[in-house]
Design a protein around this ligand. Structure first.
Ligand SMILES: Nc1ncnc2c1ncn2[C@@H]1O[C@H](COP(=O)(O)OP(=O)(O)O)[C@@H](O)[C@H]1O
Ligand SMILES: [Mg+2]
Length: 392
């Protein structure tokens, strides 16, 4: 029974609670299974989800109903937990000789992450896990030539669809001026902290970090370039992402500093472009091509959004024209991965924080997102490992 409890994956720390040192005792009694878990003294970010997961694990292992008590960790245990989280965030590198939480704040800068090498033997306490060669995460940046094409809606619903397929999925809202992902996912809570690690909140199976968590909604933010670069780095490095299979990144429209920073921090990222069905304006194609070229990321495909509206009569009405997605894909030499219909419920789902792919999966639009998610999976990781970087 203890093994069943220990192998329970913490719903917010993304690793088995045994490995995290959170299981204090498991005692099988006649009528109940008494479990004592140790959680950070500041509280666990989602006690109910933790209790639910352990209760289920005990039931699945055939134990009598779990009775779970949470006890606060001692400060020593808490430091131990932080150390383990840091260690687990590192996919490949052996533990540095220095204390894993020493030398706080010093991170691998773009100079080291860019080439995917971390030659420095120095204390570098945290590397960017997504830039490591052995990273288990496929990073997929989603961009567009212009705003309002439904990039965020697509990103959120693809993320949810990937999670529904059973994948572990993270979403970084890098649209730092026009962030909309938290509200689309219905996430209001700010990320909690364990030590200096940010824990991303989770909704609909998707863990998420956004500038929106740190900025009051009605406040305009003006970022100076270097600060923005640093903030984005922190979103990749100082967040306990828990080695997801997919990290989706909602880029701001166009080719700004943010997109360039992201491409620099995650040189192995792939790029998808969202467009609308307006007959291919030369400019749109050009912008998408420029985006891929400037970011030096492999462009994997095009997603056409708002493709048609299916009327009550079952007919498709092409409100915004047709052919734009295919024309763009052809001119860029990549596949058109999906055509997502227009649907009021999609917008409503975004407005209410209930993504349509999660709450109405049988819907025409949700099925299109599910198929898109399956295609993204079957495309497999890009084989181009930014070879052009070496000649830069
Ligand atoms: N396929 C669709 N059907 C209906 N409304 C959509 C669709 N795609 C996007 N929208 C709506 O269009 C608006 C812009 O979408 P959004 O995802 O915020 O675009 P972007 O991130 O590109 O600026 C939102 O109100 C969204 O709900
Ligand atoms: Mg957006």
């Amino acid at each position: 029974m203890r093994a069943a409890v220990e192998s329970t994956v913490d719903p917010r720390l993304f690793h088995p609670i045994g490995a995290l040192g959170m299981v204090s005792s498991v005692e099988e009694r006649r009528r109940s299974t008494a479990v004592v878990l140790k959680v950070p003294s500041g509280g666990h970010p989602d006690e109910q989800a933790l209790i639910g997961a352990v209760t289920e694990a005990v039931a699945r292992a055939g134990g009598s109903p779990a009775e779970i008590h949470l006890a606060a960790m001692t400060s020593g245990e808490e430091l131990e937990l932080q150390a383990r989280l840091h260690e687990l965030g590192r996919t490949q590198r052996p533990a540095p000789a220095a204390s894993p939480f020493g030398a706080g704040g010093q991170q691998a800068g773009p100079g080291t992450t860019r080439s995917g090498q971390h030659g420095a033997e120095g204390p570098a306490p945290r590397a960017n896990p997504f830039a490591e060669k052995g990273s288990p995460t496929r990073v997929i940046a989603i961009g567009s030539g212009k705003g309002g094409v439904g990039k965020s809606s697509v990103t959120v619903n693809v993320a949810v669809s990937l999670a529904r397929l059973g994948h572990s999925v993270a979403l970084l809202d890098a649209d730092v001026y026009g962030f909309s992902v938290p509200s689309m996912l219905g996430l209001a809570e700010a990320p909690s902290l364990i030590g200096d690690l940010l824990l991303p909140p989770v909704a609909w199976g998707v863990r998420c970090i956004s500038m929106g968590f740190f900025v009051p909604e009605d406040q305009a933010v003006i970022w100076r370039g270097p600060m923005l670069h640093k903030a984005l780095e922190q979103f990749l490095v100082d967040v306990h992402w828990g080695s997801p299979e997919f990290l989706l990144i909602d880029l701001p429209p166009g080719t700004g500093d943010v997109s360039l920073s992201i491409a620099q921090f995650v040189p192995s990222a792939e790029l998808l472009v969202v467009t609308t069905p307006q007959p291919a304006a030369e400019r749109v194609a050009q912008r998408a091509a420029v985006l891929a070229k400037q970011l030096r990321l492999p462009l994997r495909g095009v997603i056409e959004n708002m493709s048609w509206f299916t009327g009550d009569d079952g007919k498709r009405y092409e409100l915004f024209g047709s052919g734009g997605g295919q024309a763009l894909a052809s001119s860029l030499g990549v596949p058109l991965l999906a055509q997502i219909p227009l649907l009021a419920a999609l917008r409503e789902g975004g407005d209410s924080g209930k993504p349509i792919a999660a709450v109405d999966p049988d819907n025409e639009v949700s099925r299109a997102f599910a198929e898109l998610a399956e295609k993204v999976v079957s495309l497999g990781p890009s084989r181009v490992y930014r070879s052009e970087l070496s000649v830069r």
